[in-house]
Design a protein around this ligand. Structure first.
Ligand SMILES: [Zn+2]
Length: 472
């Protein structure tokens, strides 16, 4: 478990504020003979939201929100009532409406049972938020509540987050996660305080944001917090990387799946499925014999299932590039054929199974890029008339001897070997790993591998998530 302390925003993250606000507004408007229709309520919401946004940007004090929102509303609609007094009346009513969002209680229960310390961090009026929180039934799961009014500053200000950090036991910032629905208050404030943040994008707005993570429902959030590697193991890996000078990353399909490229041999992999639109199993279609005898079907399959020109590098690829720039990476040895390491800027990539980005004419040997395949239909032909063949190692073909030699040399000379995203069951992966003689053999893979017992360190998680958490 990476995060053991979770700072939760309250409204629209765990509590249904919209429902509470609507119920309270209707109640107070109705009791004073004011309209409860859309126009009046919407006008209030728009005034209130505008004030909160200005507060989040640090332009106004909190008091200005509560003291002026009904005053402005009543001015606009010529209502002869005291807006400041009405606000107190409204807050009292609001404090009676604390409704947890569906699934919030189950989430908090599972996190607490797993040993997480949960805290509320909320902008709002003290007595209102406290009472609503009690009403919601969530209070028993929480170790504490931090409310802006009581601290004298609100999210996203540094004063607020500093106060919170001084008043919780967890002092390792890397083990604290801020969860909230507001990019301006929760995500911006948490990030500025040096904390990892999770944007709860319940409405699936998918806005570009600076959050460490984005989740759309409580299930994803629960998996994010409870799944994965331990922080101690991450720190061990960080130390190993810091102390190593000749790192080799040996990677497999698990690194590419996180860029949206299907795993050839995984549970959902291409090789597991009988491809309906093709009459042959993929292993057959990707063999040298098949390429020779049925090039039309080969290229049909190859274009449909093997090429992903829109795939983008993920954290695993960019971390390798960063290590290489620092002079700490000897080479990436990969079974992947997608060229994503090069796209991320890695210069020394030893591609055991070749690359979909390069092609060679089978007659004259002329080299061409991916475009030779993408911009043509059927069997791609060279200007000389020969068939253009992808530089991908097909079944029945042997690996490139020069690439093998360089890979063995790099691994044998490495002081740290990171095997990532491969179960090491596919020939010749395990064979290469045996050449490693250094003292830091790291496995990063979701599933067990036959070499687990020999590893110095194992992190069972998505490779991208691990690399993303490292400081390189
Ligand atoms: Zn040619």
């Amino acid at each position: 478990m990476l995060y053991t302390t979770i700072l939760f925003d309250a409204d629209e993250t765990l509590l249904d504020f919209r429902a509470a606000e609507t119920a309270a507004l209707h109640e107070v408007f109705r009791s004073r003979g004011l309209p409860t229709d859309g126009e009046f309520v919407d006008a209030y919401r728009s005034i209130n939201n505008g004030l909160w946004e200005r507060f989040n940007r640090g332009e106004i004090e909190k008091r200005e929100i509560t003291d002026t929102r009904f005053v402005r509303l009543f001015e606009r609609f010529h209502v002869p009532l005291d807006g400041v007094a009405f606000n107190r009346f409204y807050l009292d009513e609001l404090s009676r409406h604390g409704v947890a969002l569906p699934g919030a209680e189950a989430l908090c229960g599972s996190l607490r049972d797993a040993g997480c310390a949960l805290y509320i961090i909320t902008n709002g009026v003290g007595f209102v938020q406290k009472r609503r929180f009690r009403e919601s039934g969530l209070a028993p799961y929480f170790a504490g509540t931090f409310i802006s009014e009581e601290i004298g500053a609100g999210k996203p200000s540094a004063v607020f987050f500093d106060y919170v950090l001084r008043h919780i036991p967890q002092q390792d910032k890397r083990r604290i996660l801020v969860v909230g629905d507001s990019l301006s208050a929760d995500v911006a404030g948490g990030s500025a305080a040096g904390l990892d943040t999770c944007w709860y994008d319940r409405t699936r707005a998918n806005t570009p944001n600076g959050a460490t993570y984005t989740v759309h429902d409580f299930k994803q959030l629960q998996k994010l917090i409870l799944g994965g590697f331990d922080m101690k193991d991450l720190q061990t890996l960080q130390t190993m990387i810091d102390e190593s000078e000749r790192i080799v990353i040996f990677s497999g399909a698990g690194v590419s799946t996180e860029s949206g490229i299907p795993d050839f041999r995984g549970a959902d992999g291409l090789y597991q499925k009988k491809e309906k639109q093709f009459d042959y199993p993929p292993e057959t279609m990707l063999s040298h014999t098949f390429f020779k005898h049925h090039p039309e079907i080969f290229f049909d399959y190859y274009r449909t299932k093997m090429i992903y020109p829109d795939a983008k590098p993920n954290a695993s690829h960019t971390a390798a590039a960063a290590l290489e720039r620092k002079g700490k990476l000897s080479a990436v040895v990969t079974q992947n054929i997608d060229g994503l390491y090069q796209q991320a800027g890695v210069r020394r990539v030893l591609e055991l199974h070749g690359s979909t980005l390069h092609n060679t004419c089978t007659r004259c040997g002329k080299k061409s890029g991916l475009d030779a395949i993408l911009s043509t239909d059927g069997v791609p032909r060279c200007v000389c008339g020969g068939i253009i063949k992808p530089d991908v190692v097909l079944y029945e073909e042997s690996l490139d001897a020069d690439v093998i030699e360089q890979a063995v040399e790099a691994i044998a000379g490495a002081d740290c070997l990171i095997v990532a995203g491969t179960s090491l069951t596919v020939y010749p992966a395990a064979g290469f790993v045996r050449y490693f003689r250094g003292g830091r053999f790291v496995l990063i893979n979701r599933d067990e591998t036959p070499m687990d017992s020999q590893a110095d360190l194992i992190l069972r998680d998505n490779v991208g998530k691990v690399f993303e958490s490292l400081k390189i």
